[in-house]
Design a protein around this ligand. Structure first.
Ligand code: NDP
Ligand code: MG
Length: 382
């Protein structure tokens, strides 16, 4: 039996991870789950999976959940950051699926790494905000970081045919999001609902908006740089609207290996949970003849400036990706609350980056200080 903790079990990745557990209930057991607000779903998950621990980030809701559960439930209910960390460090759990959204994932992920746990990393913001500090920490504590993000899982699987040393370039595919092919004039007036209509994937709100601005691809460029230790110039982003080729690697002999599949996040989740084994499942098979055509385009970084900003942030180094990530997270929140327009997201990210002098990340405090810088700068801009 493999024991796992799921941080963010009520979200899109969290619920799909539980689907994988359902499919393999003879081999996977959930010890700890966490959520923020959705206590109705947490209650259902407790009744179905009987985890030993459940953390509700929101303290008031944690009390409500306790009341909703009858006395004979054995699950311990915790709340707040301490509870989230307890789920990440849970003794019995071998693998921690980090599926919370945003940089709130940093502290629990660091805690899990320090316990030498295997991290099934969905929460890309943690790696973007912490960069090489996270990777070095993982090496120090012998904690494996296995990508769940479909592109990085594809790169990871492609690399199984050779090694990181022989990479020529990484080919990072992007669906292009709901506004593929649109110009800046069009984007001036798009609404929240327009931005939330992703053509291929059903995901949480934050990542769906990031997919519309192409910031998601920018965050993935940064994620790839740190996970696979490549130079930014070695990462080529290609728009591939069908989302069948999930990404690939061109090796030094000019042979390219890529991973293909229908867009279904349960595949990379399962791969991370069973790595290095492949396991059967009941998911749909890929039929290339039914799909017929796979197409590719260059992304338009003039219209989708967030993607260009990610490369700039990597060039600047140190805390610049941290600042871009924190600024973007705040901007997405403001956009979802109708305080700024869609195009403001990229414009404000750029302004905040211009005001930042990056420093080397040598501790979690440096990361948190960069995030405070963003909060203050944002207040002065708005
Ligand atoms: P969702 O918004 O669907 O889920 C987020 C989860 O985190 C929920 O369980 C939510 O709890 C919890 N959460 C939200 N805010 C907080 C907080 N402040 N403190 C503690 N918990 C919190 O997101 P996704 O599942 O789509 O994405 C999760 C991560 O995975 C992101 O980093 C994303 O970039 C990454 N990812 C997602 C993919 C996808 O297909 N969805 C693909 C690749 C990567 P509650 O629901 O109870 O409020
Ligand atoms: Mg992805």
């Amino acid at each position: 039996m493999k024991y796992i903790s799921i941080l963010g079990s009520t979200g899109s990745i969290g619920t799909q991870t539980l689907d994988v557990v359902r499919e393999h209930s003879d081999e996977l057991k959930v010890c700890a789950i966490t959520g923020n607000n959705n206590i109705e779903l947490l209650k259902e998950q407790i009744l179905e999976f009987s985890p030993e621990l459940c953390c509700v980030m929101n303290e008031g809701k944690a009390l409500l959940l306790k009341n909703m559960l009858s006395g004979n439930i054995k699950t311990e209910i915790l709340s707040g950051m301490d509870g989230l960390i307890a789920a990440a460090e849970y003794d019995k759990s071998e693998i921690i699926v980090t599926a919370v959204s945003g940089m709130i994932g940093l502290k629990p992920t660091v805690a899990a790494i320090k316990k030498g746990k295997t991290i099934a990393l969905a929460n890309k913001e943690t790696l973007v905000t912490g960069g090489s500090y996270i990777m070095d920490l993982a090496k120090l504590y012998h904690s494996a970081i296995l990508p769940v993000d479909s592109e990085h899982s594809a790169i990871f699987q492609s690399l199984m045919s050779s090694s990181e040393k022989s990479i020529n370039k990484i080919i990072l595919t992007a669906s292009g999001g709901p506004f593929r092919g649109k110009d800046t004039e069009y984007l001036k007036n798009v609404t929240i609902d327009d931005a939330l209509k992703h053509p291929n994937w059903s995901m949480g709100k934050k990542i769906t908006i990031d997919s519309a601005t192409l910031m998601n691809k920018g965050l993935e460029v940064i994620e790839a740089k740190f996970l696979f230790d490549v130079k930014p110039e070695q990462i080529e982003v290609v728009v591939h609207p069908q989302s069948i080729i999930h990404s690939g690697v061109e090796f030094c002999d000019h042979s390219t290996i890529a991973q293909l599949g229908l867009p279904d996040m349960r595949v990379p989740i399962q791969f991370a949970l069973f790595y290095p084994r492949r396991e059967k499942n009941s998911y749909k098979s890929l039929s290339l003849s039914e799909i017929g055509k796979l197409t590719f385009e260059k992304p338009d970084v003039n219209v989708f400036k967030c993607l260009g900003l990610a490369f700039e942030a990597l060039k600047a180094g140190g805390t610049m990706p941290t600042v871009l990530n924190a600024s973007n997270e705040a901007c997405v929140d403001l956009f979802l609350n109708k305080k700024i327009s869609f195009l403001d997201i990229g414009n404000i990210n750029e302004k905040i980056m211009l005001k930042h002098n990056p420093v080397k990340i040598d501790s979690i405090e440096t990361i948190l200080a960069a995030e405070v810088f963003v909060k203050k700068t944002l207040e002065s801009i708005l």
